[in-house]
Ligand binder design. Structure first.
Ligand code: IPM
Ligand code: MN
Length: 352
């Protein structure tokens, strides 16, 4: 099979972790007789520096023409400390999500047997955790009207959702639940917010189409608490953009390191695969970042964008093997030897 993949390495550790995912993907492709054509394009602070724009049209065209996009990370501290900056790397990410129609962000949280004791939570709390947060990605407060009063002392951001936006996200949630344990949790703040009441009402109205799925409705504050108490009690959760942003960061550390969890964003045009972690600027260029979340994102890409399940499973198994044998970066090494980002990538590619 010929695979056309767009690479958006982005900022910070993005290029380093993307390099490892490319190594592993090429090794898998060789083994299964696929041919990958990679095209690189600019995004984030790197794109601002080069062309003054974090998601240039040229990058969008390349994304639209590809079968899948593999994305590193976006963000640079130079912009974080300057609230007056007119162009910001993150705007590129939001623009890309909107223009590619990536309305659903799939963020799984699972545990690795060999890493259970790396988790900030106790073993008995997290054993068996295997959940997916399905985050709405192109609506809500991220994209609503915002502004300042003339004197600059009042600011507002608005959260808007349409029923159709809720339906298309919830539909994916119900379908995912059908493939898994038939449990779906709708996370909202319906005791306060009108948009949440629309979400709840819409999802309730869809229940009859999926009679086998048991749906629970929980407030986001309670979910934030239960996620660290009994994460294994959840399976598929659906939620709006901002709640999903916060809960997925919380969930991502359950497995033991933020450097482990992959994600996909799917919707109308080309699907995108990326690690959940950010650009980690302190580590950029040091060859110390954990590449596994990006490598596992590539596995998700093989399976979800190309239907190549065996290839995906092979990647996951070699990742498990590296963890079991301690071929890990410093975030996971503890007192043992820490391997470099590139060494982990080389080892994975060689041991497939
Ligand atoms: C994420 C990130 C982004 C978001 C930022 C960088 C805009 O935190 O992908 O979760 O808030 O969506
Ligand atoms: Mn986030």
């Amino acid at each position: 099979m010929k695979l056309y993949i767009d690479l958006l390495a982005g900022d910070g550790i993005g290029p380093e972790v993307i390099d490892q995912a490319v190594k592993v993907s090429n090794a898998v492709a060789k083994k299964f007789n696929h041919e990958i054509e990679w095209t690189s394009a600019l995004t984030g602070a790197a794109a601002i520096d080069a062309v003054g724009e974090p998601y240039p049209d040229s990058t969008h065209e390349i994304c639209m023409a590809a079968d899948a996009v593999l994305f590193g990370a976006i963000g640079h501290p130079r912009f974080d400390n300057d609230p007056t900056a007119k162009v910001r790397p993150e705007q590129g990410l939001l623009k890309m999500r909107k223009k590619l129609g990536l309305f659903a962000n799939v963020r799984p949280t699972f545990t690795f047997p060999s890493l259970i004791d790396n988790s900030p939570l106790k073993r008995e709390r997290i054993e068996g955790t295997d959940l997916i947060i399905l985050r709405e990605l192109t609506g809500g407060i991220y994209f609503g009207e915002r502004g300042r009063s003339e004197d600059g002392n009042t600011a507002f951001d608005t959260c808007t959702y349409t029923k159709d936006e809720v339906v298309r996200l919830a539909k994916l949630g119900f379908e995912m639940a059908m493939q898994r344990s038939k449990k779906l949790c709708c996370v909202d703040k319906a005791n306060v917010l009108e948009t949440s009441r629309l979400w709840r009402q819409t999802v309730q109205g869809m229940e009859k189409d999926y009679p086998e799925v048991t749906v629970s409705y929980e407030f986001v504050d309670a979910v934030a608490m239960r996620l660290v108490q009994w994460p294994s009690s959840y399976d598929v959760l659906i939620t709006e953009n901002l709640f999903g942003d916060i809960l997925t960061d919380e969930a991502s550390v359950i497995s033991g390191s933020m450097g482990l969890m992959p994600s996909s964003s799917i919707g109308i045009h080309t699907s995108l695969f990326e690690p959940i972690h950010g650009s980690y600027p302190q580590a950029a260029g040091k060859d110390i970042a954990n590449p596994l979340a990006t490598v596992l994102s590539a596995a998700m890409m093989f399976e979800d964008a190309f239907g190549l399940k065996e290839e995906a499973e092979l990647i996951r198994s070699v990742v498990n093997k590296s963890l079991a044998e301690g071929i890990v970066t410093e975030d996971l090494a503890g007192k043992n030897k820490a391997y470099k980002t590139s060494e982990v990538g080389d080892w994975l590619a060689a041991n497939l």
